[in-house]
Write a protein of this length. Structure first.
Length: 249
């Protein structure tokens, strides 16, 4: 048996398993980045990167807050689709430039957080502030928007796991405003006509931000060259004409 293994190596046949990287992501649809059925922009991008680097990504869906905690603890190697906040650098390692700012070119994608309200509501958003806010602003649990609202001391409710649940609360008056990823919010309105009759999107976005693949510090410290190679290849693949043509199909 040992001779057969040695012969396989001498013939340049595969002798070792591919490098495996364990990643978690939100177990609710985060359209268009990651969907519960295993499809989405980020998966397609990362699968292409894996092929380029001859590595293997394992994807595990988790509640978002738990995913972040597991990455911070080093139980997972990284998290897919995390927006940048300075305080989140205590959770995971982002691709950063020499000034310690996140590298826009190494993002997975750029996302817009939009503001939604009931059509009969007078609550408004001018791009800087809500007025006259007569109740809470609803956001998904653990998302970047929740941190921003809390910093600004704006009343908020962040127990919802999905955009559909946000819109349910908005439709029955449990919250007065909902902040949601624009493409996911628009998708929810299309698939739920009962919400579309009552809810509208305001023209000014709440936030435009990049989403990244961020690594646990234990992984990044042990696999520095690999983590850098993954980030660099994300930028290369995302901007390639071949990848863009697939996305447009």
């Amino acid at each position: 048996m040992k001779r057969l293994i040695l012969l396989a190596c001498l013939l340049a046949l595969p002798c070792a398993a591919k490098e495996t990287v364990r990643l978690c992501f939100d177990n609710e649809d985060a359209y268009p980045s990651t969907l519960k059925n295993g499809t989405g922009f980020s998966f397609l991008l990362l699968n292409t990167v894996a092929d380029q680097l001859d590595i293997h990504f394992i994807y595990n869906p988790l509640p978002w807050k738990r995913c972040l905690k597991e990455v911070q603890a080093g139980s997972y190697d990284g998290v897919i689709g995390i927006a940048y906040l300075p305080e989140r650098r205590s959770i995971a390692a982002y691709p950063l430039n020499s000034k310690a700012d996140p590298l826009h070119e190494q993002r997975l994608l750029t996302t817009t957080r939009s503001v939604y309200r009931r059509k009969d509501s007078k609550n408004d958003w001018d791009g800087k502030q809500f007025f006259p806010l007569t109740g809470s602003v609803g956001v998904q649990a653990g998302y970047m928007a929740a941190s921003i609202l809390k910093k600004r001391q704006i009343p908020n409710e962040d127990s919802s796991q999905s955009v559909d649940d946000l819109f349910r609360k908005l439709s029955v008056g449990l919250i007065q405003i909902a902040v949601a990823e624009e493409r996911q919010g628009d998708r929810s309105l299309k698939t739920h006509p009962e919400y579309a009759k009552e809810i509208e999107k305001l023209p000014q976005p709440f936030l435009i931000s990049d989403l990244f693949l961020a690594f646990s510090y234990s992984f990044q410290n042990k696999k520095t060259k690999l983590s850098q190679a993954i980030w660099q290849n994300i930028a290369i693949v995302r901007e390639s004409s071949q990848f863009k043509s697939v996305i447009q199909e």
